[in-house]
Design a protein around this ligand. Structure first.
Ligand SMILES: Nc1nc2c(ncn2[C@@H]2O[C@H](COP(=O)(O)OP(=O)(O)O)[C@@H](O)[C@H]2O)c(=O)[nH]1
Ligand SMILES: [Mg+2]
Length: 333
């Protein structure tokens, strides 16, 4: 999860803005050391370029934009892809709001940047909480998957789930709320209520063809009931010899299908990667998110363009001045 955000002035490393999202105290020696270092090598970082560095249990993701640096610190295992999107948005917004004031600013007078808090929160918290539903026939591995993601102990002996259970897991910038819906009730309509408001729905399969064919009905029903949800399949039990290849199951179901073995040692990382990718795809499909990040990029581009044309105007003016002097000299002769 995102632990906090810094905005620095590039040339001297002045901290213009800091917001912590987690109660945990930062290692101050570590952080101030990092901030000094990062402002030193900011000149090597091209404008708009984003890089990251891991220190102890934190990952610092940072980018240079015009005369500022934006730094997010997150948990060390987090994927910084989502943070990178946020960094670009924060940079555009911060430059848009304060761009002109940063240059003249005296190092001690950073209070005005506090007004950036709601703006930052809006960017960071946009779509952080996501409802993820695991649905599918009994014994395909839904409860196992939910428990692994939530870091709960998994028992090997099977217990049929009677009621939907909800588990939480935090990773990257997300707070995932996992809904584990019992497979026994899929004939009725009860489950349709439960998937409302989901961002992502995973139809979990035991990777047999029969199971995939039977699950087709659920897939088409999901898209009717939860219109905003992106639907994917998890082809679980890939460790079993009889498991069909995910690409074949994908053709049967008509939705992106990820292979998984929930009993593997790497299961948690594998599942988180599947969730990451599905969130990336589902967000890409959302017009609003697209429009917003496109707007951020557009603002940054326009600002660069204005700066360039200001420079060009000055150059043209200089040339005109030289020409005018030349004409005046020629007229004198
Ligand atoms: N071999 C194998 N067993 C699995 C896998 N995933 C789950 N299981 C086992 O299958 C049984 C049913 O899993 P469960 O998560 O309770 O299924 P649910 O009914 O869909 O919630 C349990 O005994 C699990 O340990 C897998 O990928 N491979
Ligand atoms: Mg279950």
């Amino acid at each position: 999860m995102i632990r906090g955000t810094y905005v620095l002035r590039k040339n001297d490393g002045t901290i213009l803005f800091h917001r912590a999202y987690s109660q945990e105290k930062l290692d101050e020696v570590l952080t101030s050391g990092f901030l000094v270092a990062v402002s030193r090598f900011s000149s090597e970082l091209g404008s708009g370029e984003i890089d990251s560095i891991v220190m102890k249990n934190l990952k610092f993701v940072y980018g240079a934009f015009e005369n500022i640096m934006i730094i997010f610190y997150v948990d060390r295992d987090d994927d910084d892809q989502f943070v990178r999107e946020d960094i670009r948005k924060v940079a555009s917004q911060f430059l848009w709001q304060f761009g002109d004031e940063i240059k003249e600013l005296k190092a001690s007078d950073t209070s005005k940047f506090k007004t950036f808090v709601p703006e930052l929160d809006r960017i960071v918290q946009e779509e952080v909480r996501v409802k993820i539903v695991l649905i599918g026939e009994p014994k395909v591995g839904k409860t196992t998957i939910a428990k692994i993601v939530a870091k709960e102990p998994v028992q090997a002996n099977y217990e049929a789930s009677q009621v939907a259970t909800i588990k939480k897991a935090a990773f990257d910038k997300f707070e995932a709320i996992l809904w584990d819906i019992p497979g026994a009730g899929l004939d009725g309509k009860g489950w349709e209520q439960l998937i409302r408001g989901a961002g992502v729905v995973f139809v979990v399969l035991d990777s047999s063809l029969e199971n995939a064919v039977r699950s087709k009905a659920i897939v088409s029903r999901i898209s009717e009931v939860a219109k905003g949800a992106a639907v994917f399949a998890i082809a679980n039990r890939q460790d079993q010899n009889e498991a069909a290849n995910p690409s074949i199951l994908e053709r049967v179901l008509g939705v992106p299908t990820y292979g998984l073995s929930a009993v593997s040692n790497t299961a948690r990382e594998d599942i988180i990667n599947i969730i990451r990718e599905s969130l990336m795809i589902s967000r890409r499909g959302k017009k609003k998110g697209d429009a917003q990040s496109a707007l951020g990029d557009e603002i940054l581009r326009l600002k660069l363009e204005v700066d360039t044309s200001r420079r060009e105007i000055k150059e043209v003016k200089d040339i005109l001045a030289v020409l005018a002097r030349k004409i005046a000299q020629m007229e004198k002769r």
